[in-house]
Ligand binder design. Sequence first.
Ligand code: UT7
Length: 325
Amino acid sequence: MSETRSIFRGVGGYLPARIVTNDELSKSLDTSDEWIVQRVGIRQRHIAAEGEVTSDLATAAARRALANAGLTIDDIDLIVVATTTPDKTYPATAAFVQNKLGMRHGAAFDLQAVCSGFVYATATADSMLKNGLARRALVIGAETNSRILDWTDRSTCVLFGDGAGAAVLELVTLERGEAERGILASSLRADGQHWDKLYVDGGPSSSQTVGHVRMEGKEVFKHAVGKITDVVETVLAKTGYTVADLDWFVPHQANRRIIDGAGAKLGIPPEKVIVTVDRHANTSAASVPLALATGVEDGRIKRGDLVLLEAMGAGFTWGATLVRW
Ligand code: UT7
């Protein structure tokens, strides 16, 4: 019997040109390269130029993913943008991306699950493809975190960066006997009782302002490793694969200590973990697709590899997706 699967046909990333190092931050903030590297493993972050908005980053990443897939925008009939820093309160950033790409057909919408946004968006697009709502989707994670940081709060502003990552998902039919390919399973979770551990203190309905990131870092840290390992075990159990079968672990890039802690708890060898947090910092919804694009572009992730995507962030939300590349 044949079965349908959503495959990752192409990926691409985009980072704004301006790089801000820890040393540069320490000129205006009571912090140091040593503190930041030791606590979170971040050495630098990219910051969007004045006037460069989330949809610009998303569009650039989408163009690279389309080129990587060997497709044009005419081949796409769904755009999902995971972002927590939209260009405007509405319309959706996806509508701006659609317009910038010159697409006049199909559907486009945003999805807000903060750092888990790309994993949520991938699972959503996968379900939509399998249910006949589209055939090929651009799934994008894009953020201009720099616009919602309190640049006087050293406990948050050193942690985040701007960027975008995109993937083209395509529905394929695998005939009986054909090699396994595409998204095998996803698992999504949320627990809103923890909203106040990581949030932005503004919004159209509450303060009519955009607000700034507020975080109880120790609380977030305390929950992260356990929630990540739980959802990874859940998604593996759905498929019958084990940690030993994994070729690549592509975790959310918030914090080197959380990545190492989750990897160690799960028993994943460090050489199978894609790490970009040192160069990108936490790009929220963009972090997983940027890490994925890095691993594909440098030739580590290859056709046939078993790849696990994972993210955890504000809400709390968390999730994982297992993919046969
Ligand atoms: O998607 C999820 C994203 N969030 C995360 O990944 C964050 C998870 N949390 C963490 O990684 C850690 O909690 C942090 C790295 C954010 C903070 O580390 P910590 O060990 O929990 O530090 P702390 O908040 O308890 O602060 C310890 C000290 C404080 O100074 P005093 O009160 O002991 O004098 C802070 O003021 O470190 C100070 N501090 C800093 N010092 C230099 C906080 N931020 C900085 C900084 N540079 N940037």
